[in-house]
Design a protein around this ligand. Sequence first.
Ligand SMILES: C[S@@+](CC[C@H](N)C(=O)[O-])C[C@H]1O[C@@H](n2cnc3c(N)ncnc32)[C@H](O)[C@@H]1O
Length: 267
Amino acid sequence: MRDDQFREILRFFGLSWEGYRRVRRGVKKRLQVHMLGLGARSVKEYLTRLEADAAEREEAEGLVTVSISRFFRDIGLWHSLGSEVLPERIRTEEKRIRVWSAGCGCGEEVYSFRILWQALDGRIGDLPELDLWATDANPAYLEKADKGVYGASSLKELPDEWRTACFERKPRGNRFALHGDLKAGIRWRVHDLVREAPPAGGFHLVFLRNNLLTYYDKKLRDPAFRRIVSALGPEGILVIGKKERLPNEGGVFVPLTNCPFTYKKVG
Ligand SMILES: C[S@@+](CC[C@H](N)C(=O)[O-])C[C@H]1O[C@@H](n2cnc3c(N)ncnc32)[C@H](O)[C@@H]1O
């Protein structure tokens, strides 16, 4: 598939050409197979078909979704969250900490948070109640998250002692199953960041990493970002991806100097 054809498909879905730079080849291949399967001889024909057929459109949307993730992705972030940001928040927040992993993929991000929280429980003790939300537009990813079984490459940033403490190695296939107690108490929801209001409000911490801010065009991204910001409580903390930037939309943030890719809402 040529670049201009791929651009046309991205435009159709309101997605960003720049955001797809690093994953272009794989996504193009998937779309090409789908196009051929539908017997579409040109991108124009393909898009006309998608417009007329909701199920095929949904299928194509799934094909342009990127689910790459891993536990403790950008490990420096998690070190700072665990050593500074969360202990400070826990000191000032007595009752309940509300956290949302928005566009959570197959669960690696929210389970990383759960593991970190368990470690804090051992270190600080007497933690507030944790209200932990994990949402994604793709129900298949949430099903995978629910199983909680991952390949070794998903665990490559996980400190060794946590790998041993939190996972059971499966007898075959170099795969690891997360312990059941770490899966409990997470509110999983199918939720579309672009088309739906946030699932709740008053969050102390929102992870919005490697999805909306990377893959969507301004037109879809900015209103969705405003809604997500409004779901953060006063002084709420927003974590974005390593290669992402905050749009100039929806509230005032200051970067946290002690934690990378992390911002505090101040307006
Ligand atoms: C690359 S993964 C990122 C997972 C995790 N946040 C991380 O950084 O490791 C992108 C995820 O965003 C989800 N996503 C993309 N568009 C979305 C939307 N409009 N609403 C909800 N989730 C979306 C995808 O389904 C995918 O699971």
